[in-house]
Design a protein around this ligand. Structure first.
Ligand code: ADP
Length: 294
């Protein structure tokens, strides 16, 4: 059984500034850091660090060669990463002295997927293989339809939630992983229990995982429902918490661990991630997760 993550590859340019630039103003920045990210990339890193051999499919622009090396270093298979003309997906982030930020997102190569590229990738996968998806790339409705037609198991993190999701046939999804905001936007409900009931009513056969930040997470499937508390740790940067959780959750499902153990493992992994600065680089290795004890 193979695992394919068809998702975004993004370069984040973070500028340190005294204050966030105002309309018409020009300011100097005090520093620039560049990091590789995107929900797709981060989740592939989390799966790789959890010990899962993962194929990443996605597009990078002409300045995206670094992704190939980074993926090899992290242990992510690059067979289905392709370079296209134009720029990589990227963000321009300003972070001020108070830690407030503002972000401009440019979709770039992440929005250049074609049906031909999707077909070219999916022809290498078959019934029983797993496909992991987020919502930072175009052609998502087509990917879901084609993966389902092949009999692949679809794991979907509906993030960020936008109009493209309304075009997706979500009845084809086997596992939903989402945070409270996404759950609210997707269902129109406001509390965890009503979000879960609404999801269950609409997607009866799907496994549903709702994450609640430092309040923990809930798992629901049929008659099986339980709550997992988060660990009370000193969080310094929660950037990749959800991506870490998702990667470890998929790793646990693949290893056929009981769901309670799967959620506990994902919760430990994200508790470690929030204690470190950064996105991909904050994602722990399985060896660290196994040692985590509180
Ligand atoms: P996202 O990053 O997608 O918004 P959440 O904020 O719900 O997702 O976080 C996902 C998981 O990460 C939570 O279920 C929890 O286990 C863990 N987590 C998030 N924030 C914290 C925190 N401050 N302390 C400990 N664990 C956290």
């Amino acid at each position: 059984m193979k695992v394919l993550n068809f998702g975004s590859l993004n370069i984040d340019y973070t500028y340190r500034v005294n204050h966030i630039v105002k309309e018409g103003e020009t300011i100097s920045s005090n520093g620039l850091t560049m990091s590789l990210g995107g929900k797709g990339f981060n989740q592939s890193v989390a799966m790789a660090r959890a010990g899962i051999p993962v194929y990443h499919a996605g597009l990078v622009g002409e300045e995206g060669l670094e992704f190939y090396d980074a993926c090899e270093t992290f242990g992510i298979k690059t067979d289905y990463i392709k370079t296209v003309t134009g720029k990589c997906g990227h963000t321009v982030i300003q972070v001020d002295d108070k830690g407030q930020n503002c972000i401009v997102l440019f979709g770039g190569a992440n929005q250049k997927n074609s049906k031909e590229f999707v077909d070219e990738v999916l022809k290498n996968f078959e019934t029983g293989d797993i496909i992991v998806l987020q919502n930072e790339i175009n052609e998502l409705p087509y990917i879901i339809d084609q993966a389902f037609a092949k009999g692949m198991t679809i794991v979907f993190n509906p993030s960020p939630l936008n109009e493209q999701i309304a075009e997706c046939d979500l009845g084809k999804v086997s596992v939903f992983i989402m945070n409270e905001t996404e759950g609210q936007q997707l269902t129109g409900m406001t509390t965890p229990s009503t979000i879960i009931s609404n999801m269950e009513a609409n997607f009866t056969n799907a496994k549903i995982v709702l994450t609640l930040g430092k309040k923990g997470s809930i798992y629901h499937h049929g008659d099986d429902e339980f709550y997992q508390a988060a660990f009370d740790v000193n969080a310094v940067d929660t950037t990749a918490a959800g991506d870490t959780f998702t990667g470890y959750l998929i790793a646990g499902i693949l290893k056929k661990m009981p769901m309670r153990q799967v959620l506990l493992m994902a919760t430990k992994a994200s508790a470690l991630a929030v204690q470190k600065e950064g996105a991909a680089k904050s994602i722990p290795f399985m060896s660290e997760v196994e040692l985590f004890n509180m």
